[in-house]
Design a protein around this ligand. Structure first.
Ligand SMILES: Cc1cc2nc3c(=O)[nH]c(=O)nc-3n(C[C@H](O)[C@H](O)[C@H](O)COP(=O)(O)OP(=O)(O)OC[C@H]3O[C@@H](n4cnc5c(N)ncnc54)[C@H](O)[C@@H]3O)c2cc1C
Length: 348
């Protein structure tokens, strides 16, 4: 039975579910932020501010901003410090996985989503687990001030009861947002943050069920995943481990801010620019691309991958906030990926 036939047969409503585990994926990084502030002040020749702003270990941000404004330093120093302050002050956890067990078995296929109802708030979440796993998992990112994500990040605990409806399949761009049957084509998944949730299920399932092959030949499976900080890349360790294990899985994480805290040597551009860097250069001849994407193309690849993407022979799946999905789709179309081979799911 194909996945589409399976979807047609699925029940629309599952019973209540019990939360088995909630796990923070991100880390508290205050110590690293403080070291970074010290380093940045050194880089900008402002070590004399250290005693007043880092005296007892914590960063005294008010004092730091007084110094910055009094010296009218502005520009790059200010932008860097803003990013560090935002990181230090953000609520913890801001990225969680929630594993639950529906009372009745829930059949789903990779790419589907469910609606979770908790304390009378319903929201949609992609299923992040492979259907071969015993329990169901979602991956949630806190939206500052968001009703549901605040509840899920701050209040939800193992043992609690939630309601789960679904599974449902979306079709925001292209056809149904499900993993297609294997074909000769390679596959590229592109996401920012929790947009990778449906791809975790799809990728795990692809390797479990042999979807990474077609008639005995391996297909290249790419994952381009972007986030501001390294610990905002959901399942980063699992994807890195899979890439070590499977020569035809190419994991390309990109993190725009991580080098402020660590010696991150990976990609730093937006996902769509990073994707363009790993295309076969022959595909890029006269194509019109945005300045961002062209800028990324001017840089060397940061990961050694002994493969390139042929746009005419790849299936693209994009997931994340709507605007980002549209941008990926427009880059993919511009470089020659046929519209029929592009699917996208938008989170709003
Ligand atoms: C099919 C589908 C699948 C989804 N899967 C996931 C998933 O796997 N993981 C996940 O974390 N989310 C996912 N979402 C988004 C999720 O449904 C909620 O919208 C999100 O968790 C915010 O809920 P909230 O109640 O905290 O925010 P709300 O209280 O609803 O919103 C607060 C404010 O934040 C804005 N906002 C809402 N969402 C975002 C966002 N993502 N980024 C920035 N601003 C936002 C709103 O416009 C509003 O102004 C999915 C959405 C859809 C439609």
């Amino acid at each position: 039975m194909t996945q589409h036939e399976l979807v047609d047969q699925e029940p629309l409503v599952s019973e209540a579910a019990t939360v088995l585990e909630k796990t923070a994926q991100d880390r508290r990084r205050g110590e690293e932020v403080r070291s970074a502030v010290r380093r940045v002040l050194g880089d900008y020749g402002r070590t004399e501010w250290e005693d007043s702003v880092l005296d007892d270990g914590d960063v005294d941000w008010d004092r730091l901003w007084d110094h910055v404004h009094a010296h009218a330093t502005g520009g790059k120093l200010e932008r860097t410090l803003r990013k560090l302050q935002e990181r230090e002050e953000r609520a913890y956890p801001s990225l969680v996985t929630v594993e639950f067990e529906p009372d009745d078995a829930m059949d789903y296929v990779p790419g589907e989503y469910v609606t979770v109802h908790y304390k009378d708030v319903p929201r949609a979440y992609s299923v992040a687990s492979s259907p071969n796993r015993e329990h169901v998992e979602i991956c949630v990112r806190r939206v500052p001030g968001g009703r549901m994500t605040s509840l899920l990040c701050d209040d939800l605990a193992a043992g609690e009861r939630i309601h789960v409806r679904g599974p449902f399949s979306g079709s925001f761009v292209g056809g149904e947002f499900l993993l297609r049957e294997p074909s000769r084509r390679d596959v590229a998944f592109l996401a920012t943050g929790t947009g990778v949730a449906p791809f975790k299920g799809m990728i795990d399932y692809a390797f479990e069920a042999g979807y990474d092959e077609f008639r005995g030949e391996p297909r290249d499976v790419w994952l381009f995943l972007g986030a501001s900080w390294e610990d905002d890349l959901p399942y980063h360790e699992q994807f890195s481990a899979l890439a070590d294990e499977r020569p035809n899985f190419h994991y390309v994480p990109t993190s725009s801010r991580e080098s402020l805290l660590t010696d991150w040597t990976g990609e730093t551009a937006y996902v769509q620019g990073t994707f363009a860097k790993y295309l076969d250069p022959a595909a890029l001849g006269d194509v019109t691309l945005s300045d961002d994407v062209r800028g990324a193309l001017g840089e060397e690849r940061r990961y050694e991958v002994d493969a390139s993407i042929d746009p005419s022979q790849v299936e693209i799946y994009a997931c994340g906030i709507n605007a980002m999905v549209y941008e990926i789709v427009s880059v993919a179309e511009a470089v020659g990926v046929p519209a029929a081979n592009i699917r996208g799911e938008g989170y709003g």
